[in-house]
Write a protein that binds this ligand. Sequence first.
Ligand code: FAD
Length: 460
Amino acid sequence: MENIISTLQQQLGSEKVLTGAAVKARFHHIWHTDQPLTAKAVLLPDSTEDMAQIMQICHKYEQPVVVHGGLTGLVGGTETQSHDIVISTEQLSNIEEVDEKSRTMTVQAGVILQQIQEAAKEKDLLFPLNFGAKGTAQIGGIISTNAGGLRVFRYGMTRNLVLGLEAVLPDGTVISSMKKIIKDNSGYDLKQLFIGSEGTLGIITKAVLKLTEAPQSRNSAFIGINDYDNVIRLLKYMDKGLAGTLSGYELIWNSTYRTMTSPSTSSKPPLSYDYKYYVLLESLGSDYEKDRQQLEQLLEHTLTEGIIQDAVLANSAADLQWFWTIREDVHVLVSQCTYDHHFDISIPIPLIETVVDSIIAELAGIEEIECIFPFGHIADGNVHFIIGRPTKEEAIIKKINDIVYAPLKKIGGSVSAEHGVGLHKKSFLSLCRTPAEIQLMKTLKQTLDPKHILNRGRII
Ligand SMILES: Cc1cc2nc3c(=O)[nH]c(=O)nc-3n(C[C@H](O)[C@H](O)[C@H](O)COP(=O)(O)OP(=O)(O)OC[C@H]3O[C@@H](n4cnc5c(N)ncnc54)[C@H](O)[C@@H]3O)c2cc1C
C-alpha cells in the first residue's frame, strides 16, 4: 500500500516533509523546548495550495493532524501523539498588503503578532491586539483561539478585528472570503466558524485584519488600592473621565505583584507592597500632554476621594516598557512553580473579589500548594490564576480544578475566558455550556470533519 509520507513527499517536495530526527528537534510548546516532539512527520506548507493538498491526502488516508502555530497556546491544543502528523504554519509568513485607505492588513496565517503591530505602526495605523506572547504567537493561532489580551475592553477580542478569512477544511476544500468590508449580512458569517474553534473545523491560511488610526499618545499608571469596590469605582470613573481613551485596565493581586517585581526579576516595584490590589491602566489618545494632564487630574481626584491609595504615572517610553513588562512577563510566576497550573476564568465583575477570595481560602486547605498568583483583565471580568504544585498527581490536579471551577456554573461564569478549551479544559465544558450547545458543537464537527482528523479531541 502507498505510504502517506511518500505521497506527501511526492506532492509537496521532501524539503516540506520533516521526519525522524528533524521531528524530534522540535517541541509542542515554547515553555517545553526540552521535550522532543512526538509525531510521524512535520509538514511545512508555504501556500494555501499546499495546505489544501495536504488535507486532501490526509483526508484520503484518514490521517490525524495537529496544527502548530507559534506554540504559545495554554490549553494543550498543540500536544501530539506518535501517530499524528503536525502541520506547521511557520512558512506562511507573508504580510501581503497594508491598505491604508481601507485600514486593513492582509496576512498569511504564520505572521507573528509583533510583526503585524510593527507593520501597522509604519503606516501610522494600529492593530490593537496585544498580549505577553506577541513576539511568538502567530495570527492563525491567535484567530483560531480568538485571543483576547490587554486591550479587549476597548477594541474587543480577535473576533472583532477580523474582516476576511481563508481556511482549508478537513477534506481540502478552500473556503475563502478575503473581503475588506465591514458589513456583510449576505447569509451566514462563515468566518466565525473558524474563529475561536481552535483548529477543529478548518485550518486558517490567511486573514484580512481590521486596523484603526494609530493613537498619538500612550499613557499608563500603576495604582495601589485596598478595596475591591474601589477597583470598580475607579474603572467607571476613569472610563467616563477619559471619554473613550481608556484601553487597558489590569488588576494584579498583592502576592502576584510582589513576585512580579521581586529582586530576582529585572523589574523593580513602581509602588510599595502596601496595597491589596494594583491596577495597571492604559489610555491611548491623540495629544500626549493633554491626555497626561487629564489622567493626572483624574488620579488626583480619586486620591483625594480616598478611592485609591497611591499612583505613579509612566514618564517616558522606558517607564511604559517597565510597567508593562511587569504585567506581561508571567514566566516570572511560572518559574516559581514546580508544576504550573493555569486558569483563565470569567466572572461577572462585581463578584470577582468574593469569588477569588473564597477560591484562595479553599486552596489554602491543600497543603501541597506552593503558590497562588491571581491577576487579570479585570475590565473584561477575566481572572487568571497561576497555581504552583509540587507534583503531577491526578488527585491534586482534580482538587485544584474542582475548587477553582466550582463557583462558575452558579454565577454564570466561564471556564475559559480567552485561552480556549483545547485538551486541558474539555471535561469542564459542561460547567459553562448547556447540553444542547455541546450537541450543536458536535454536530458542526461531525459535518465538517466526519473522519475526525483535524485537531482530534480538542474542545469536545
Ligand atoms: C506569555 C503568554 C501570555 C499570553 N497571554 C494571553 C492573553 O493575554 N490573552 C489570550 O487570549 N491568550 C494569551 N496567551 C495564549 C494565546 O492563546 C496564544 O498565545 C495564542 O492565541 C495562540 O497563538 P499561537 O500561534 O501560539 O498558536 P498555537 O499555540 O500554536 O496553537 C493554538 C491552537 O490553535 C491551533 N492553530 C494554530 N494555528 C492554526 C491555524 N492556522 N488554523 C487553525 N488552527 C490553528 C492549534 O492547533 C492549537 O489548537 C498567552 C500565552 C503566553 C505564552
